[in-house]
Design a protein around this ligand. Sequence first.
Ligand code: APR
Ligand code: ZN
Length: 235
Amino acid sequence: RKGKTPEEVVKKYLQKVKSSPEEDCTICMEPLGGPSGYKGPGVGPVSRAESVGRLTQCGHQYHFQCLVAMYNNGNKDGSLQCPTCKTIYGVKTGNQPAGKMEYHVIPHSIPGHPDCKTIRIIYNIPPGIQGPEHPNPGKPFTARGFPRHCYLPDSEKGRKVLRLLLVAWDRRLIFSVGTSSTTGESDTVIWNEVHHKTEFGSNLTGHGFPDPGHLDNVLEELRAQGIEEDDGLME
Ligand code: APR
Ligand code: ZN
């Protein structure tokens, strides 16, 4: 991946398009038959033949230059996500700041999971300075409510979720830097798209137990981030 230009990364996930499609590009809203509506820094002219690209797996089509612009707006990790259907090409990573994830088993049962013990995950992220992958590079970010404690049943499925959360942590997908929808504070560490249970014996916030659908919801949210176990046997 290292050394690949944004154009080379995007090209890897594209098939040639033979005739100019009739539709509009949903990135820039201009017809695919015409030039990209995106005029940003580093967008040079491209030949007619390669002005439109079709993503290999999902088949959605965009201006090549629009895809390159979208890639450049992200964290340039070698992956690309279709803006229409969210299919992920390559390995998606996020912009979670540096910190620590730990877990251990505690000898208590979660409401709704009476037959097993409980996994407690402890996330700790200190405040810091935003990097180029964050909304306001160079500006400080705050980190509220850390260490954050989260709970999973220590069941077969709970342990599977834990394994996938460890992958999500390594790919920097558990937290992000942005505006908290709970407090309205900007430039702060916030949960990303994977829900966690932060209440153990009660459910005052709605982020507690019992919640029979929780583990399946989390597995679905992890899949949307490109994280799943392809074992089938464990199901
Ligand atoms: N526990 C778990 N998830 C939460 C909580 C919570 N207490 N509050 C919000 N979320 C979920 C939301 O449902 C949403 O999907 O996190 C996502 C982002 O919400 P924000 O409010 O933007 O996230 P953040 O500011 O990080 O969290 C607010 O969660 O863990 C606590 O201490 C933390 O009080 C803070 C609260
Ligand atoms: Zn376009």
